[in-house]
Design a protein. Structure first.
Lengths: 243, 181
């Protein structure tokens, strides 16, 4: 069988120095973003709403949930309360894991969709349901996704990252189409907007066949005065081919 | 419809079958890892034999057997590593649970001596199940409701093996495909 039995997105609820990786994505397990540091063990139906800001801003706090009202911890820290996102504090915050049962036929793609229907936004920009399609006023003249990603240029069995990306994510980051980190110990120089099949990140290379491995990535979310009010549940996706 | 055709229809997925110059054939279901799956169909199991381990030398034709009964076949006069076979899909982390998906199964053959590959693909991208109540046409494919296959269709196209535009796949690993250029 050449497909993978297990591919997962894992999150680090420890620190860069002492990582604690846990796979998420099973029923009711997810990453949640909030602008408050007090959303521990909160059911999703009661998740605190964010006030739309007057200026674009990073959504600072990332929580890892393993059940609807069970908080596993906070990304990038082992403290009792989350620490605000920074480029250096959480460079080991997420990673893709895959097992030894499959064979990639091409370099996988890291992106995000609005739902599990995996549809691509009809157009860039907008003022409603636009977490991925962005807004030209908030995220750049060529609208980029409010959700940004970065990816490392080599698998962990070669070497895990030992430093953060050179530049922190900014709200206007993004490049049309595919970008890839330079193969080796390199992050993308700037973050990429994750916009379905319009803007995405392609792995630096096709991973070796039938070898379990991991590859580090980073997610960063922004908001702004032109983001449409909604409950957003973007679907982080690894697109891949297999034999 | 023969027993194999019935099993393929019941499996809900497509399967490849190779034909060699010496007259032998090899089906995806023939390999040990897959033999049980076709015999006990599982529509959600989109896994295959290890294409990278299949003998490519002497392979002169490759078929794609689809669950709607259609069959696509590619042939070559150069039986030395000219075929590709892969599935396209992914893994999504969603608030309602992980989702593994497969939305296309492709076969292809390199034509001439360049990098262009002629492909057939069994697509499996469900349509919205909604239709325009005035026109009675599918809102996704615009076909009349009675003709819409709900995204399941056999398509063909030409693409570049080093930069596949189809579904944004990009360059294929030639080592995995066992392709000789």
């Amino acid at each position: 069988m050449a497909d993978f039995t297990t591919i997962r997105l894992a999150v680090n609820t420890g620190t860069n120095a002492a990582a604690v990786w846990t796979a998420i994505g099973a029923a009711a397990t997810e990453i949640r973003w909030s602008d408050v540091a007090t959303a521990t063990n909160v059911a999703s139906a009661s998740w605190p709403a964010m006030i739309r800001p007057a200026a674009t801003a990073n959504v600072a706090y990332l929580y890892a949930y393993t059940a609807d009202a069970t908080n596993l911890g906070f990304l990038g820290t082992s403290t009792a309360t989350p620490v605000a996102y920074s480029n250096t504090a959480q460079f080991l915050s997420q990673r893709w894991d895959w097992d030894a049962t499959g064979t990639f036929a091409s370099a996988p793609v890291f992106t995000a969709y609005g739902t599990t229907a995996h549809t691509t936004p009809a157009a860039r920009g907008g003022t409603t349901d636009n977490i991925l399609s962005g807004n030209a006023t908030d995220t750049g003249a060529t609208a980029r996704s409010y959700l940004k990603g970065n990816l490392y240029g080599q698998v962990t069995s070669t070497a895990a990252p030992i430093a953060a990306p050179a530049a922190a994510a900014v709200v206007t980051d993004g490049t049309t189409g595919s970008v890839s980190p330079t193969a080796g110990a390199n992050w993308l120089a700037t973050f990429q907007g994750l916009m379905a099949d319009l803007d995405y990140i392609t792995f630096a290379a096709t991973p070796a066949a039938t070898v379990a491995n991991t590859l580090n990535c980073i997610l960063a979310l922004f908001t702004g005065p032109n983001m449409g009010p909604a409950t957003y549940v973007p679907v982080i996706t690894l697109k891949y081919t297999w034999t | 419809m023969g027993a194999l055709g019935l099993l393929i229809r019941m499996s809900g997925r497509s399967w490849w079958q190779a034909r060699y110059a010496d007259g032998k054939t090899l089906g995806e279901w023939d390999t040990p890892a897959m033999s049980g799956i076709l015999a006990v169909p599982n529509a959600d199991t989109w896994r295959s034999t290890r294409w990278e381990d299949v003998e490519k030398r002497g392979m002169i034709a490759l078929r794609l057997l689809c669950p709607n009964g259609q069959v696509a076949e590619l042939v070559t006069n150069n039986p030395d590593g000219r075929f590709i076979q892969l599935k396209s899909g992914g893994f999504s982390v969603a608030s309602d649970g992980n989702k593994n998906f497969c939305d296309a199964h492709m076969i292809g053959v390199l034509e001439n001596d360049d990098q262009m590959v002629r492909c057939w693909s069994w697509e499996k991208t469900p349509h919205s199940f909604s239709h325009n109540i005035e026109t009675e046409r599918c809102n996704t494919c615009k076909l009349p409701k009675v003709e819409c296959g709900d995204g399941r269709q056999l398509v063909n196209f030409m693409d570049d093996i080093f930069a596949m535009r189809y579904r944004g796949i990009g360059g294929l690993s030639l080592t995995v495909q066992g392709v000789r250029l």
